[in-house]
Design a protein around this ligand. Structure first.
Ligand SMILES: [Zn+2]
Ligand SMILES: [Zn+2]
Length: 270
């Protein structure tokens, strides 16, 4: 069955829920009768549909300026789309829009002002395979590969006897859920600016990170004790304050539709 799935209203269509339920039922039935190929096909369809919905929800949250909530959804999309990629061919991956989502998520993430994350450190007693319950030891592994699907179920290694060791602040976490910032103090203008131009989650866009130089006069309102506009991490007075011009990070957005000219001029953030 073909359904329209572009806007948040589409995701609330009762037919979408029906399809999700039907796929899940078919998957379980195929798994219980040992039809692994069908069970895996159902898993793929189900996960691809869910990730499409999640991506539309993330876009909706960005549009309504709920940036932190959208961030969580984008991270979920990143993880799930990766699972689908490992378990599907490129034809399915592209046709189900997973390829598009995989390509767009890191671009959205790059526009966020987040750079610090909380990363918990654990000591794990032992792991078991979710597929066969085998207790995994260095010399005793089962035949299942982590991240692959078997009979419609994703193989993950479940941790047991977990002890929390420490919490650290990191720049590149394994998962990006735990943001160590207070959103109120951050600047979301890039993502806000971009989302104003987009009508739906599946419109294509590109972000090109460049630098642009501006004469020093333009920075007369920058406090010498604040961060340098060049983003070196140093204070303005210890960095570019005596230069003739300053080169600042700049993003060029590329759209694949006509944008009114008055909206395309360069926005100067100082
Ligand atoms: Zn196993
Ligand atoms: Zn500087």
């Amino acid at each position: 069955m073909k359904i329209r799935l572009i806007d948040i209203e589409d995701t609330r269509n009762p037919v979408v829920n029906q399809i999700l339920g039907e796929l899940d039922r078919k998957k379980n039935e195929a798994a219980s009768t040992g039809n692994e190929e069908l069970a895996n096909d159902c898993w793929r369809e189900l996960e691809a549909l869910k990730v499409n919905i999640k991506y539309i929800e993330a876009f909706e949250k960005i549009k309504s300026k709920r940036y932190r909530d959208a961030w969580i959804d984008l991270e979920r999309c990143e993880i799930d789309v990766n699972s689908i990629k490992i378990n599907s061919d490129s034809g399915f991956f592209i046709a189900s829009r997973c390829h598009f989502i995989e390509k767009q998520v890191p671009k959205w993430q790059s526009l966020y002002p987040y750079c610090l994350f909380i990363s918990p450190g654990f000591k794990v007693g032992y792991y078991t395979c979710r597929i066969c319950n085998h207790r995994i030891r260095p010399r005793s592994r089962c035949s299942h590969i982590k991240g692959k699907i078997y009979n419609g179920e994703l193989c993950v290694h479940e941790a047991h006897d977990v002890e929390m060791l420490e919490i650290s602040l990191v720049r590149n976490p394994v998962q990006k859920y735990s943001v160590a910032h207070n959103d109120e103090t951050l600047d979301f203008s890039l993502i806000n600016y971009l989302s104003d131009f987009l009508d739906n989650a599946f419109e294509n866009w590109e972000a090109h990170w460049t630098r642009m130089s501006f004469p020093m006069e333009r920075f007369s309102r920058v406090d010498p004790g604040s961060d340098c506009p060049c983003k070196s991490g140093k204070k303005f007075e210890e960095c570019c304050i005596n230069e003739k011009e300053i080169s600042i990070p700049h993003v060029d957005f590329e759209f694949f539709k006509k944008i009114p000219d008055e909206k395309t001029r360069v926005r100067f953030p100082y």
